[in-house]
Design a protein around this ligand. Structure first.
Ligand code: NAD
Length: 287
């Protein structure tokens, strides 16, 4: 996921492999680089697995701030893996969610999530079905991992006035919501050309109307209009979010001391004498 503002260039190398979990590996792993456009020199190499979880949760909660019903307190989280606690905490911070209804096909994932969130100001219920989890909530977050067009939510599970935060459907052939839900919802996205390929809306016609989140945030489009409206944030993860995260890390890092200077680049004394550097190195006594 590359991007640039003309001064800095950044990319995130990210992968999502739901089957990894069976082999004791994570579903989502990432690292990223920030570089100086003027010289092309890399400036920062950062882990981005945690940053992805933070960025994704922050963007979801930001969207919900504009789209969720006013005074929302209860959220269902379906899929209680690596991303789930980050989502819960971001929603508490930005929208005031303090009641969670958790559901995962693997109950131990829900128990892990509940354990990790203990003492963080949530009233938590572990549910036995998705249907049970969405009972009485204001917001539904789907954040499951399965490489298929799954149906985590069926149309009858979504009542009027709910905000859906659909996170797990994020690449071609990988969705979570039944198409009928999309047809009843007002849909908000990060960047339409990308979301039409990767998001829930890959199930819809290419000209189906969607609203870009930035338009709502800048007042150029309306977010939630009525209490009955179903709003849907079709999250896929957009490169500028990661670019902001990398720049934030770079800005905060110096003061923490939590970094290492990496000797990554060949650095000859005379820039054109790269070969000479090798010759001189060969003459050095072995350490
Ligand atoms: P994870 O593997 O750690 O957790 C996924 C959980 O979903 C597992 O506990 C699994 O048991 C559960 N699950 C699978 N099928 C289910 C079903 N039918 N019903 C209920 N639970 C089910 O994965 P993760 O790191 O938490 O990521 C979750 C999803 O979010 C992945 O699909 C990932 O690609 C996606 N993701 C999206 C973004 C974005 O920007 N939109 C960012 C990060 C991750």
């Amino acid at each position: 996921m590359p991007t640039s503002d003309g001064r800095l260039y950044g990319f995130k190398y990210v992968n999502g492999h739901p089957k990894n979990m069976r082999e004791g590996r994570q579903t989502v792993t990432a690292f990223g680089v920030l570089a100086d456009v003027g010289s092309g020199y890399p400036m920062l190499l950062s882990e981005m697995t945690i940053l992805t979880a933070l960025c994704t949760a922050a963007t979801s909660a930001l969207a919900a701030k504009y789209l969720a019903p006013k005074g929302s307190r209860a959220m269902a989280i379906i899929g209680n893996g690596a991303q789930s606690e980050f989502q819960a905490i971001a929603f508490k911070a930005l929208t005031g969610i303090d009641r969670l209804r958790l559901y995962d096909i693997d109950r131990s994932a829900s128990e892990k999530c509940a354990r990790n969130l203990f003492g963080k100001g949530f009233d938590i219920t572990i549910c036995t079905t998705g249907q049970d989890a969405v009972e009485g909530v204001d917001i539904i977050t789907t954040v499951t991992a399965d490489k298929q067009c799954a149906t985590i939510l069926t149309d009858n599970m979504v009542g009027s006035g709910v905000h859906i935060n659909a996170v797990g459907g994020d690449c071609p052939g990988k969705t979570e919501l039944h198409r009928d839900i999309l047809l009843r919802s007002d849909i908000f996205v990060e960047f339409p050309p990308q979301t039409r390929i990767e998001g829930e809306i890959q199930q819809l016609d290419a000209d189906h109307t969607v609203t870009e989140l930035w338009q709502v945030m800048t007042g150029q489009a309306q977010g939630r209009k009525t209490p009955e409206q179903i709003t849907l944030f079709d999250s896929v993860g957009f490169a500028t979010e990661d670019f902001s995260a990398l720049r934030y890390v770079r800005d905060q890092l110096k003061a923490t001391g939590l970094y290492e200077e990496l000797d990554l680049l060949a650095d000859p004394d005379e820039p054109r004498d790269l070969f000479g550097m090798l010759l001189r190195a060969a003459l050095q006594p072995a350490a």
